[in-house]
Ligand binder design. Sequence first.
Ligand code: DAH
Length: 345
Amino acid sequence: MKEKMESIKKELEEKIKNIKSDADLSNLKAEFLGKKGKVKELTTLLKDLKDEEKKEFGKNLNEIKTYVEGVFANKQEEFKNKVLEEKLKKESIDVTLPGTTIKTGAPNILEGMIEDLEELFISMGYDVVEGPEIELDLYNFELLNLPKGHPARDAQDTFYTKDDKLLLRSQTSPVQIRTMLANEEKSPIKIVCPGKTYRRDYDDATHSHQFMQMEGLLVDKDISLADLKGTWDIIAKHLFGEDTTTRFRSSFYPFTEPSVELDVSCFNCHGDGCAICKDTGYITVGGAGMVHPKVLENCGYNPEEMSGFAFGFGLERLAMLKYGINDIRLFYTNDLRVNPDRKDV
Ligand code: DAH
């Protein structure tokens, strides 16, 4: 028995040295540990043994079985490690290589500007309010002191729905009306309202049938034009830089009295005169004024007690000036270059 065991061990050690593949290994395993394998064969010796020898035999049998199984397990492990090693060699990563640039999106230029302005106004205590794009003629015109037949209505060629009571708002100013009407205590108001507006314009580089405005309204006791000027100054400096100066030009809007045009010093020539400012040194970006007493009255405010200022500007126009974009239609195409944050396009 001992000799047989030794020869099995030797034979196994010899043969396993030459094993190169998994398939060969499992064949060899069958040869030694299979049903008719060499280890099993040893049990045939059992029948010729005396009872007292059988115990010793069993022990030896177990020993050789464990030994053979161990040899195979080691070899298997060796194979596994080799495969892993080869895989790691092949897949080695050069961490010094530059990474692949992933193109990421960035906020739409208008959205970015709206968010930036909203933050500025919120920091000054304003609320951001929105209104519907399908609006009542009553709010878009009538209560803003633009009764039917008023010549100023023509300036805002309007899209009406099936009757003349509903329209696509031609300005964000009706949000002023909505906010004042909704304020039951007729308490002070400080709001800005960004949103889409619509006019029956032919689309070209500077006109679009749909564009965005930001409206502002401040109502309180003892508000004067000086408050509007100060506020406009803060907005202009925020948008175009600290060295920007502002100017009011007298104007007319039916819902403000007095009314002004909001001008900023030309960011290009700083007032010297150039093509962008048409040699005036200033650029007009919006309208404003003191809320007309009639408008306050229309919304239930007593103009003897409260006063306010309002302003409105076109956001595309601001963005075009700020970022040097020369065609308003670009905002509504998928041209990714209309985005100052994109360095990779
Ligand atoms: N709604 C005006 C427009 O679309 C802009 C405007 C002018 C808004 C004066 C105002 C304002 O609030 O006071 O042309």
